[in-house]
Design a protein around this ligand. Structure first.
Ligand SMILES: Cc1cc2nc3c(=O)[nH]c(=O)nc-3n(C[C@H](O)[C@H](O)[C@H](O)COP(=O)(O)OP(=O)(O)OC[C@H]3O[C@@H](n4cnc5c(N)ncnc54)[C@H](O)[C@@H]3O)c2cc1C
Length: 567
């Protein structure tokens, strides 16, 4: 195995869990080869389902990675969650996203062991592979790279020189330890039990069920295979280790409080564990990075851990690829910590609140919680906010070091007349720099490619995408700066930035733009969702976030922004 790893690599990714695999796939998609090592013998064993929930934002990421179709085909969509007391439903949360535009609404339930295999296959299709049985033993870094000592099967050892090292090596991360990073936080005192079993009952299998038993909540997740469920005992009352005693505990809870006649058997996986809540103090030290569980650990409440880690990888890979190709500046790499660490802190806070709510021990507090849950779930805004939060679609990088905008502002707009003020007002309601770009539905029959039914299906590939909106005026005019911008992109950034013109109508009488492709927006919905009442532009990063926007487009300001990030 060891001889398969070149002695010099661009990136050494340590750990082939879901995060390391996503990292390697994304690097390959950006044309960067990397070495991916893991000290285990292969992916998570098939019977160990581990992380089950694939949130909407991760499905968007998986679409870019090229694996979403298989994930959707193998997984089970969750429509909502029901909360029960004495077998009676007292609250229901339907997963709904309100005004957020995405092709994916529902979380998908799929065993982590399956997700990993789908990613391993995708990596192989892109020309990569995992060196299993290969451990990182130590490393040192200097200004040019990292020298890593790796150990293969039968005690074989060698040194690998990498330009960059990414530690996706889980909660006990050797990379985190080697970098001397702190991992502040704590541990919940409760012991959580889980078991994947067959249950013979009539509960709907497109919902998560939480029964508020007098001992504490018992949660059931339907697994993709018919009749199979993941049970989670959050009461923290039983410290069972043996599979038989864990299953017996669930049988007891289920038949006593939920479904007296239900049979619980054929267990394929059981576990009892303590949960940590920790975040590393920095995601980057020199030429080394950490991602996923190596950087943050949270409670599984809300199903965010694996999702947050995969999005770490998706955030870092394009930046690293541009720097490695000699096209991106260091500021891109610095932004990884600035953008992703606050996300982990916020996820940790949310999952901590949820965990504390679920594990309340005081009977009075529990009864208050149960009533509150029933009350709050009746409110549409609460339901929507909870769904959006869990979907991770609202994560943003506003105010970060690599996102920016140029706009005249209110006073200047007012001075230019009513129409300019209206445009400025509309632009204010468009997505801001650092927001995820809304994935607006398109009329596929009007597009150059009938497969373009959403913005995301047109803007594929590992590029930046520059969108020129012509505006909603009856006779749109092309700002003079557009030609300058087109020529600049064409000359300097042709390999990095694809240009798109968003036009209300395309007719023979209208001349098509010289550069780039065209998206037809006949009813102006794409314009409206981007606040583009008059001519403006948006630059979308390869991870689908808005890097820059301008009203009106100004070639010299765009150039200044790009020169700060790109070479
Ligand atoms: C019971 C349970 C339920 C969960 N449910 C959810 C859920 O519903 N949703 C969710 O998002 N998350 C959930 N999680 C969390 C999720 O499993 C983790 O967040 C996820 O596995 C993290 O992925 P990772 O790739 O960062 O780390 P890991 O999956 O831990 O992978 C790290 C890899 O690094 C390798 N490695 C370690 N050290 C070295 C070394 N020195 N050299 C080489 N390789 C090394 C390991 O072998 C391993 O393969 C759950 C976790 C558990 C335990």
């Amino acid at each position: 195995m060891l001889e398969l790893i070149p002695s010099e690599v661009n990136v050494l990714v340590v750990g082939a869990g879901p995060v390391g695999l996503a990292m390697a796939v994304e690097l390959y998609r950006h044309g960067v080869q990397c070495a991916l090592i893991d000290d285990d013998e292969g992916p998570t064993p098939l019977n160990e389902s581990r992380a089950l929930g694939i949130q909407a934002r991760t499905q968007e990421v998986f679409r870019q990675l090229g694996v979403v179709d298989q994930v959707l085909a193998e997984g089970r969509p969750m429509r909502g969650a029901g909360i029960y007391s004495n077998g009676k439903r007292i609250a229901r949360l339907e997963f709904e996203l309100g005004k957020i535009q995405s092709a994916y609404i529902h979380p998908i339930i799929l065993a982590q062991s399956r997700t990993e295999r789908i990613l391993v296959d995708r990596l192989a299709a892109l020309g990569g592979s995992v060196a299993w049985h290969t451990a990182l033993e130590g490393f040192t870094q200097d200004t040019d790279g990292v020298s890593a000592q790796v150990a293969g099967p039968a005690g074989a050892r060698r040194e690998v020189r990498a330009r960059w090292l990414v530690g996706c090596d889980g909660s006990r991360s050797a990379v985190r330890h080697g970098l001397g990073l702190s991992f502040e936080g704590g541990e919940y005192e409760e012991v959580f039990l889980i078991a994947d079993v067959h249950i013979d009952w009539s509960m709907p299998d497109d919902e998560i069920h939480m029964e508020l038993t007098p001992e504490g909540p018992l949660i059931a997740f339907p697994l993709p295979e018919p009749g199979r469920w993941r049970l989670v005992d959050t009461t923290g009352l039983v410290d069972a280790k043996e599979p038989d005693s864990i299953v017996a505990r669930f049988r007891d809870l289920l038949t006593r409080y939920v479904a007296p006649g239900a049979s619980v058997d054929e267990s394929s996986w059981t576990s009892s564990f303590h949960i940590h809540r920790r975040v590393v103090n920095s995601y980057r030290v020199g030429r080394c990075f950490v991602a996923g569980d190596a950087a943050h650990l949270h409670s599984p409440a809300g199903g965010q851990g694996m999702n947050t880690g995969i999005q770490d990888a998706f955030n870092l890979a394009w930046k690293l690829a541009l720097v490695l190709r000699g096209l991106g500046r260091e500021v891109l790499l610095d932004s990884y910590n600035v953008e992703r660490r606050p996300v982990a802190v916020s996820v940790l806070k949310g999952s901590d609140r949820l965990t504390r709510l679920v594990t309340l021990h005081n009977p009075l507090a529990r009864s208050f919680r149960n009533r509150l849950l029933s009350l709050l779930s009746g409110l549409a805004t609460v339901r929507r906010t909870a769904s959006v939060q869990l979907s991770e679609l609202a994560v943003n990088y506003r105010g970060g070091p690599i996102v920016a905008e140029d706009q005249g502002g209110w006073l200047a707009a007012l001075g230019s007349g009513l129409e300019a003020a209206r445009s400025q007002h509309a632009f204010g309601f468009g997505p801001h720099p650092g927001d995820r770009s809304p994935d607006v539905a398109l009329r596929p029959e009007l597009q150059a490619n009938p497969a373009w039914n959403r913005l995301s299906s047109a803007l594929t590939g590992p590029h930046h995408h520059l969108l020129f909106f012509e505006g909603l005026a009856a006779k749109p005019s092309t700002p003079t700066d557009w030609k300058t911008i087109e020529a600049m992109i064409d000359l300097k950034y042709q390999d990095i930035i694809l240009q798109w013109h968003v036009m209300i109508v395309a007719s023979a009488s209208r001349s098509l733009p010289r550069q780039g492709k065209v998206l037809i927006d006949p009813d102006g919905s794409l314009h409206r969702d981007y606040g583009a009442r008059s001519a403006c532009l948006y630059l979308l990063r390869p991870d689908g976030y808005i890097g820059y926007r301008a009203l009106p487009p100004d070639a010299s300001r765009l150039r200044a922004y790009l020169e700060r990030l790109l070479i």
